[in-house]
Design a protein. Structure first.
Length: 123
């Protein structure tokens, strides 16, 4: 046993974050390069809808979920404004099925703000 990790056996393999996510019932869906166009499309719609600048970061991912009541695949979107303001929302369908009308209206931008210390289990 390693002195730094005396509670684990030498040959024990630590789980990756993907494996841990899978055991927890969720994780990033792996669709290959075909999904890149759909992800880029949602990213562009998000930029346009919320009037984001080219320097504002936008993250779009399709996430798999096996928790009861959760759709098997959902699209997660997060964007940052002013470097420290994180906004986020989910669309409860696969990214390939997302249309521009599925995004929240632009007037909800402030409501999508992630407030530090406030946990929202839905997003």
């Amino acid at each position: 046993m390693s002195p730094m990790n005396s509670s684990r056996a030498e040959n024990e393999v630590l789980p990756t974050s993907a494996a841990a996510a899978e055991r927890a019932g969720f994780g990033f869906a792996r669709k290959g390069t075909a999904n890149r166009e759909f992800l880029a499309r949602v990213r562009q719609w998000t930029r346009e809808r919320f009037r984001l600048g080219e320097d504002d970061s936008v993250f779009v991912a399709e996430v798999a979920c096996s928790v009861p009541g959760c759709p098997p695949l959902e699209t997660v979107v997060a964007f940052w404004t002013e470097q420290t303001k994180r906004h986020h929302f989910k669309i409860f369908k696969p990214v390939a099925e997302v249309g521009a009308d599925d995004l929240p209206p632009s007037w909800m931008k402030d409501a999508l703000l992630d407030i530090e210390g406030v946990y929202c289990s839905c997003c």
